[in-house]
Design a protein around this ligand. Sequence first.
Ligand code: 2M8
Length: 436
Amino acid sequence: MSAELWNSAAHVLEINWTGDHMVPSRKLYPHQWSWDAAFIAIGLAYVNPTRAWRDLRSLFEAQWPDGRVPHIVFDPATAEADYFPGPGFWDVPAYANRPARGSTGIVQPPMHAIAAWDVYRHASAHGANCAQEARTELEWFYPRLVAQQQYLTGRRNLGGGGLASIVHPWESGLDNSPAWDEAMANVPADLSLLTTYQRRDLNNADAAHRPTDLDYSRYVGLVLSYRAERYDDHDLLDRHAFAVECPSFNSILASAELALAQIAGELGLSAEAAAHRERAQRITAAIVKRLWNARTGTFHALDVKTGKLSPAHCVSGLMPLMLPDLPAAAVESIMAEAKSEKFGISELPAPSYDRTAPDFDTKRYWRGPLWINVNWLLRRGLLVHGFRDEAEDLRTAMVRLVHRNGHFEYFHPETGEGLGAPTFSWTAALSLDLLA
Ligand code: 2M8
């Protein structure tokens, strides 16, 4: 089974390679996405490390002068009509993308330091030339990764409590997660926007599996609001309708500091390494202080505009398990939540949303279906805290699922049926890592 899965995964990464970067899938997502590139690099490290670096570089060449790494970097060879919202709609200021292919003005979870450290660690297995290449790349990336973190912990500290706010659900990567339902209800919804702008996702996907038109009208409205001030973050909390602290985004932010500590150590920068470790501890403490609900025993998204925690139990609430400094009581509670009927893994990995919730939706994107990337992060957390058996069960469940059903974008959380794009890059890339 493993050779077959390995070969099919490598094949997906071959067909989705454009020569310069990887697309998540050819039809539905014909550009380059930020956190996809990080997951993809983690898999490419095994089969083509040079491409892993090229892909990450391709993304970071579009980094803005303020340090933000855009959530999509556009491919000029792809027509505006093939993806909405395309570069024309985002209309980012000219200073933003210097050499550039054009980009969006929002971010995604900063998985890239974790990916860069992973690709670097695996390089020596490919021989001396690859090890040399990896060293050069690590030196190129380090200051850029630091700038990315500084943007998120600085300008995006909208709540003032040391966490980064997302200002659009797309920034979380968990687009229509129930975690934002309450915050999104306060975002003006103008359905007439969708007569001006046309959704393109529905040309390549089932409408019952995608966010609704109501969601999209709010997504578009939020971009228009941010775009109106040229994606400036000053006073954003006052003038923008959506600002949320997501436990998954911020856990990745803290993990990225830990990866930067490793990278700085490797580059001989010991004072910087200590500072990164300290920042990881501070973010971890802020996650516990601001996003923990002792009554529900899990982490929730915080609506920074209202000061309220979302009541939804989402897979994002389990993600702080990635953090080594998480207090033992929180680790214990997350483990109980992960094993409960809400998320419990058996034959299948964890769903994106509480299986027992009345609005659990087995098909609609991040409102129920299960995704390989968040389960991969969950497994990482299990390993961080020494839950080796649980980590191995989860690994086996993921490998079995993809082997039986294919490299789909997401999966039905009860039957395991593949949903969304059929040859999806991060599913393939992370399968390689799970098999290695
Ligand atoms: C999905 O998001 C995009 C918008 O960014 C979309 O729906 O068109 C999400 O699953 C996101 O996490 C992912 O990075 C992206 C590309 O795979 O698709």
